[in-house]
Design a binder for this molecule. Structure first.
Ligand code: C2E
Ligand code: MG
Ligand code: MG
Ligand code: MG
Length: 280
């Protein structure tokens, strides 16, 4: 195979690897400056109650307005931020900004909403997490009950006893916990039973082919049953079509998220999008 590529093929391969490394290095240099240049932004996506279609929560999703490359989604820079430890600064900024926005929405009368913030594995395991969360809530005079922290099932499962201890402290404080991308990890029932969470968020992968794949429907039905047993709300993410929405309603999902219900939008546009009558 290597022979077939020939000499120039091999050189091209090396050159593109070097180019990749250079691009990553440049991106890292830019990312180090992104905070001070105020290039990070939060986009907000509604979480809607299935039965009433009312907004019950909002998920904050980070974006990077790169000066040359435009708006970047987290998959393009969060892994890099994790590798280099920049995630802690970025994560503090995200939590602070989400709480700031939430306190404005509360002041505008949206007192029933929760704000969901994603935590990566490194943030979740940082020894100062609890203190950081407490201080940020206090800085914005926000009740802990307004905040929901999302960690993936995989993060929650890794080093399970340690995770349980952290989750217990957050939960004791009043902060709510959502287990994101649920169904992609390997939680044991015993572990889930002890988990002080209030929400399971079904991974988008199970929602995608729901209408055509009976396995996915069966899996969702069993997650819903599990949620009922353990007294956890079940939310589906990635809902794009009315068919998916109807299926998920039939299957008993408490709430829904996805482009059908609302795309992630900047804070200023979010309110108008969820309450068009107010902005008319
Ligand atoms: P996630 O928390 O599972 O977020 C859901 C992702 O699905 C988001 O992508 C969202 O924009 C996208 N999405 C929502 N509805 C739909 C839909 O109907 N169809 C499709 N195809 N996609 C939909 P995004 O914003 O690119 O975020 C990707 C991941 O990056 C998130 O997955 C989360 O794990 C992570 N992330 C986002 N914001 C933050 C943050 O502030 N901090 C950390 N540590 N991670 C973050
Ligand atoms: Mg999430
Ligand atoms: Mg998810
Ligand atoms: Mg995800």
């Amino acid at each position: 195979h290597a022979k077939a590529l020939g000499r120039s093929g091999y050189c091209f391969f090396e050159a593109s690897m070097a180019e990749d490394a250079q691009n990553q290095l440049k991106l890292l240099q830019d990312l180090r400056l992104a905070l001070s240049r105020e290039e990070l932004a939060l986009y907000y996506q509604p979480k809607v109650e299935t039965a009433s279609r009312a907004v019950i929560g909002v998920e904050a999703l980070v974006r990077w307005n790169h000066p040359e490359r435009g708006l970047l989604t987290p998959d393009l820079f969060i892994p890099l931020a994790e590798k280099t430890g920049l995630i802690f600064q970025i994560g503090s900024w995200v939590l602070n900004e989400a709480c700031r926005q939430m306190s404005l929405w509360r002041a505008a009368g949206h007192t029933g909403w929760t704000i969901s913030v994603n935590l990566s594995a490194m943030q979740f395991n940082h020894p100062a997490l609890i203190q950081m969360v407490r201080e940020t809530l206090e800085a914005h005079a926000l009740s802990p009950y307004c905040l929901m922290l999302e960690i993936t099932e995989t993060t929650a499962m890794h080093n399970a006893d340690n995770s349980l201890a952290i989750l217990q402290q957050l939960s004791d404080m009043g902060v709510r916990i959502s287990i994101d991308d649920f169904g992609t990890g390997y939680s044991s029932l015993l572990y889930l039973k002890r988990l002080p969470a209030s929400e399971l968020k079904i991974d988008r992968g199970f929602v995608q082919d729901l209408a055509t794949n009976s396995d996915d429907a069966a899996i969702i039905a069993s997650i819903v049953a599990l949620g009922r047993t353990l007294n956890l709300k079940v939310v589906a993410e990635g809902v794009e079509t009315p068919e998916q929405q109807d299926y998920l309603a039939q299957l008993g999902c408490n709430s829904l998220q996805g482009y059908l219900l609302g795309r992630p939008l900047p804070g200023e546009e979010f309110l108008a999008s969820v309450s068009p009558s107010l902005s008319a």
